[in-house]
Design a protein around this ligand. Structure first.
Ligand code: ADP
Length: 434
C-alpha cells in the first residue's frame, strides 16, 4: 500500500509571505527617511545606523517568531490536527470512532473503539490492528481514492455481532490554518436491525404458511365437490362442515393478525380510561361456558364482590382474558377444572399490582417451552393447536396488550401438574379488593 509523502512546510521566501513584505517596506521606508535626515545633517550617520538597527529588529522579530512557529509545523506533521477539539469530538461519539491521517495512521480513537479493537494504537497504522479482511479492503480503497467506503462484517468477539464500518473523508482544520484530509472510521452494531429483519421475514413466512394451509384444504374440497362427490349428499355435508371450520380458522387468523398490528401501533399510548375488570372477567367466563361444558371442565371463579378499577382498554382486556381462559379450557381440559382469581400483590420492584390468574390442572408445559410461548406462531404441539382451532398468536397478543397497559404476563407450570398464566396490571392507588 502506498503511503503518502509528508507535505513540505512552505519555504521562507516562496511564496513571498505578507509579513515579510511588510517588514521589507518598513525597512525601506526607514532607510530612506534616515538617509534624508543624514543628508540634511539633522542626524549623525552613527545615530542613524543605531536607529535603523532598532527599526530593523522591530520589523524582523515578528517574522523570526513566525519562523519559530513555522519550524513547529514540522512537529505538526506528526499530529497535524487541532488535537484537543478533534479529540473531544471523536471521544464524544457514541459509536466506536477512529480518526486516521491520510496514510491510515491513528490520530485519535474513542473508548468504544479501543474496546472494539484493543490492538489500535495512536500513531500506528490501523490496518495492522484490524483483522477483518472487509475492513482492510475498505480502508485500502478509502486511502487510495479518498472516497467514502462502507463494509459490513461479522465480528466474533466477545459475541457474534453484525457490524457496519463507515469510512468518511473529513477535512480537519490544522493548528496553523488550512485543513488536512483525514478519515473518520465509525462502527455501528447492526445486529438488532438484522434480528428485526429476520423476525419480519419469519413472520411473513409463518403467516402465509398458516393461511395457505386452510386455503389449500378449501380449494381441495371445492374440487372434490365439483367433481367426484358432486352427487354424494352425505360427503357434501361432511366436506362443507370441514370447509366451514377451515374458513373460520382463516378468519380467526386474520382477526388475530389485525389485532396484533393494532395493538403494536398503539403500544406507546397507555390506556387512560378507568374500567372495572371484574365484570369483564365474568363476561368472558360466561361466554366460554358452552366450551367448558363441552370439555367437561368446571370453572371456579374467585373474584371480589366490589368493583376493581384499572386504567385499561375494555376490548383489549376482553381479548386477554378470552385467550387465557380459552387456552386453559383447550389445553388443560384433562385436569377437569380451572380457577380464575383476582388478587393483589407486589411486583419485583415493590410496586403494587393486580393479578388475574388463570390456573388449570392439565398436562402443563415443559420448562424449555415457557420462554418462547409468547413468540408469534410458537406452539408446543402445532398439530394439537391446529386441531383446537388455534393460530399460535393468542399469547403474543396477550403479551402486547399487557405491555401497552404497562403490565406483564407471568407463566408458571409444572409438567403433569397444570399451568398458571397470570396477567399483572399496575394497581392504581384508588383500586381496592373488597
Ligand atoms: P394457540 O392459538 O396455539 O392456542 P397461543 O399463543 O394462545 O396459541 O398458545 C401458544 C401455545 O402455548 C399453544 O399452542 C399451547 O401449546 C401452549 N399453551 C397455551 N396455554 C396452555 C395451557 N394452559 N396448557 C398447556 N399449554 C398451553
Amino acid at each position: 500500500m502506498a503511503l503518502d509523502a509528508p507535505t513540505t512546510p512552505s519555504s521562507f521566501f516562496s511564496p513571498w509571505p505578507d509579513r515579510l513584505r511588510h517588514s521589507a517596506i518598513i525597512l525601506l521606508a526607514a532607510a530612506l527617511s534616515l538617509s534624508v535626515l543624514v543628508a540634511l545633517d539633522e542626524l549623525s550617520p552613527i545615530r542613524a545606523a543605531v536607529v535603523f538597527a532598532c527599526i530593523a529588529a522591530a520589523a524582523l522579530v515578528p517574522w523570526r517568531l513566525h519562523g519559530a512557529v513555522t519550524s513547529r509545523e514540522d512537529v505538526r506533521l506528526g499530529n497535524p490536527v487541532e488535537a484537543a477539539a478533534v479529540n473531544a469530538i471523536v471521544a464524544g461519539m457514541p459509536d466506536p470512532a477512529v480518526l486516521l491521517d491520510r496514510a491510515g495512521r491513528v490520530i485519535h480513537l474513542n473508548a468504544a473503539a479501543a474496546q472494539l479493537a484493543p490492538a489500535l494504537r495512536k500513531n500506528e497504522l490501523a490496518q495492522f490492528a484490524l483483522r477483518s479482511p472487509e475492513i482492510i479492503t475498505a480502508l485500502r480503497e478509502a486511502i487510495a481514492t479518498t472516497e467514502p467506503r462502507r463494509a459490513t462484517y461479522l465480528d466474533h468477539v466477545p459475541v457474534d455481532r453484525w457490524m457496519e464500518l463507515i469510512i468518511t473523508p473529513v477535512p480537519v482544520p490544522t493548528t496553523f490554518g488550512g485543513t488536512d484530509k483525514c478519515m473518520l472510521m465509525t462502527f455501528h452494531d447492526q445486529t438488532p436491525l438484522r434480528r428485526v429483519e429476520e423476525m419480519r421475514a419469519d413472520f411473513v413466512a409463518n403467516a402465509s404458511h398458516e393461511l395457505r394451509t386452510p386455503l389449500a384444504a378449501l380449494s381441495g374440497f371445492i374440487d372434490t365437490l365439483q367433481g367426484p362427490a358432486k352427487e354424494d349428499t352425505k360427503a357434501r355435508e361432511r366436506f362443507l362442515a370441514i370447509m366451514h371450520t377451515q374458513a373460520t380458522r382463516m378468519a380467526r387468523l386474520i382477526d388475530d393478525l389485525l389485532s396484533l398490528s393494532r395493538v403494536e401501533l398503539s403500544a406507546h399510548v397507555r390506556p387512560d380510561t378507568m374500567v372495572d375488570i371484574v365484570p369483564i372477567i365474568r363476561q368472558v367466563a360466561d361466554g366460554l361456558e358452552p366450551l367448558a361444558r363441552e370439555r367437561q371442565v368446571v370453572v371456579e371463579i374467585d373474584l371480589p364482590e366490589g368493583p376493581v378499577a384499572i386504567a385499561g382498554d375494555r376490548e383489549e382486556l376482553l381479548r386477554v382474558f378470552e385467550n387465557l381462559i380459552e387456552n386453559a379450557l383447550k389445553y388443560g381440559a384433562s385436569g377437569g377444572r380451572i380457577i380464575v382469581s383476582l388478587t393483589s400483590g407486589l411486583s419485583s420492584d415493590g410496586t403494587p399490582e393486580l393479578r388475574v390468574m388463570v390456573r388449570d390442572f392439565g398436562p402443563g408445559i415443559a420448562p424449555e417451552h415457557l420462554p418462547r410461548l409468547t413468540e408469534r406462531f410458537y406452539r408446543v404441539d402445532v398439530g394439537d393447536s391446529r386441531a383446537q382451532g388455534g393460530t399460535g398468536l393468542g399469547l403474543s397478543l396477550v403479551k402486547h396488550i399487557l405491555n401497552r397497559h404497562r403490565g406483564r404476563l407471568l407463566i408458571e407450570s409444572v409438567p403433569k401438574n397444570g399451568a398458571a398464566f397470570t396477567a399483572c396490571f399496575p394497581q392504581p392507588k384508588s383500586a381496592s379488593l373488597a
